[in-house]
Design a protein around this ligand. Structure first.
Ligand code: ADP
Length: 404
């Protein structure tokens, strides 16, 4: 029997999301999440979808789960109850989402002690994310030492950005000393979606230039030339770029000095303000696009302003990346907002006819989980909606690495 299953783990600061996939047919056997780890009200939701456990149905467990180790052990127990536990001989690998790979990790990487130490050393670059990723790896290794563990990095797809794009225009010695450069994030999504868009257009990925707009809670844009990332909107951290649910995106760095000098805020307070209390939330008090749209439709001025700022930033990036790429074949929307918010897509593309963009309003209004074109045939630049699938991409990369 060939081992063809991959368990994908996405460990966040207080949550673990997971999926078990069978790469023989790219099907999903189970998915679930543990949330509010470390609180009294932890919750585990496990959903077997196919294979031996499917009969058992969706299960929910409430009650305190102290830490990531306990969370992953609980996940392992749920999988074992379905007959798809970590001891299963059909399991080929565990694929770990790791947020920051620095400049060292530009490819998926089998994890050994040295790699784990290196991921740990990158914690200062991603203090909110890499610690949980490291814990996830440690626990998974302790549960099944002989199983290949593969790290798939959010930054890797963007490592092809040319040096003059990745560099900030600051003192070079200081930048080098502190590893300050633009890394980019959401890379597995940008990789998956740019490839899927080429397939949708019926062309080899090498022949297609796309602008990918990943619009979820976090949001980022990328310019991808022939399958290779040449520019992305997130930088040293996931704070730069588009207006997001709770993050400001681009701003004058002097805002930080001003808040410290005039406002008397500490570095941590400014960090929290820009990462957690800004974006849509900062502008109108809501970070969920559904709620912002509902309020804006009802004429709420703050929600309308937030939506307008969000869309304006998108337009700026579409324009900028058109200039970066020179020729654009498609602008593609993905993630929670990009896949579902037809009005945001319409507003972002409106008025960009000179750039070759146009929208088929009827096609754009259709709700669907499938990749699709939402532009008229005459449009020089296609507009597409392509659902992202970061778990499938992580599993694909991990499986390719352990079976090559
Ligand atoms: P994450 O970045 O956490 O993976 P998602 O890609 O799932 O997030 O996106 C979540 C966001 O998508 C929500 O906060 C919400 O704003 C938005 N969203 C989801 N469904 C809709 C919808 N039908 N209309 C507008 N926005 C939506």
């Amino acid at each position: 029997m060939t081992a063809s299953r991959v368990l994908v783990l996405n460990s966040g600061s207080s949550s673990v999301k997971y999926q078990l996939l069978d790469m023989a047919d790219r099907s999903r056997l189970a998915m679930g999440l543990v949330e509010r780890i470390g609180e009294e009200t932890s919750r585990l939701v496990h959903e077997p979808l196919a294979g031996p456990g499917a009969e058992a149905g969706r299960r929910e467990r409430l009650g305190p789960i102290a830490d990531h180790e306990a969370a992953l052990k609980a996940v392992a127990a749920e999988l074992a109850a379905d007959g798809t536990g970590l001891d299963s001989p059909e399991l080929a690998a565990v694929g770990h989402r790791v947020v920051h790979g620095g400049t060292r990790f530009t490819q998926p990487t089998v994890i050994d002690d040295e790699v784990l130490a290196e991921i740990r050393s990158l914690i200062p670059l991603a203090p909110l994310h890499n610690p949980a990723n490291v814990t996830g790896i440690e626990v998974a290794r302790s549960l099944r030492a002989d199983l290949p563990q593969v790290a798939v990095f959010d930054t890797a797809f963007h490592s092809t950005m040319p040096e003059h794009v990745a560099r900030y225009a600051i003192d070079a010695a200081t930048a080098d000393k502190y590893a300050i450069r633009r890394y980019g994030f959401h890379g597995t999504s940008h990789a998956y979606v740019s490839r899927a868009t080429a397939a949708l257009l019926g062309k080899p990925v090498e022949d297609v230039n796309v602008i990918v707009l990943h619009l979820g809670n976090g949001a980022s844009a990328s310019a991808v030339r022939g399958g290779v990332c040449v520019e992305t909107s997130m930088g040293l951290t996931p704070l730069e770029g588009l207006v997001m649910g709770t993050r400001s995106g681009d701003l004058d760095p002097a805002v930080v000095f001003h808040l410290a000098r005039v406002g008397g805020l500490s570095v941590d307070e400014i960090d929290s303000l820009l990462n957690k209390k800004s974006g849509l939330l900062g502008l109108c008090g809501d970070n969920d696009m559904r709620e912002v749209q509902r309020r804006a439709d009802g004429g709420d001025p703050a929600a309308r302003l937030a939506l307008a700022a969000y869309v304006h930033r998108l337009k700026k990036y579409i324009g900028a990346y058109t200039a970066v790429l020179g020729r654009v074949d498609a602008v593609v929307f993905t993630a929670g907002v990009g896949e579902n918010a037809a009005a945001v897509r319409e507003a972002a593309v409106a008025g960009l006819e000179e750039l070759g963009l146009a929208l088929d309003l009827e096609a754009n209004a259709v709700r669907s989980g499938e990749p699709r074109l939402v532009s008229p045939e005459y449009a020089r630049v296609a507009v597409a909606v392509v659902p992202t699938d970061e778990e499938l991409e992580i599993a694909t990369q991990a499986y390719a690495l352990v079976t090559q």
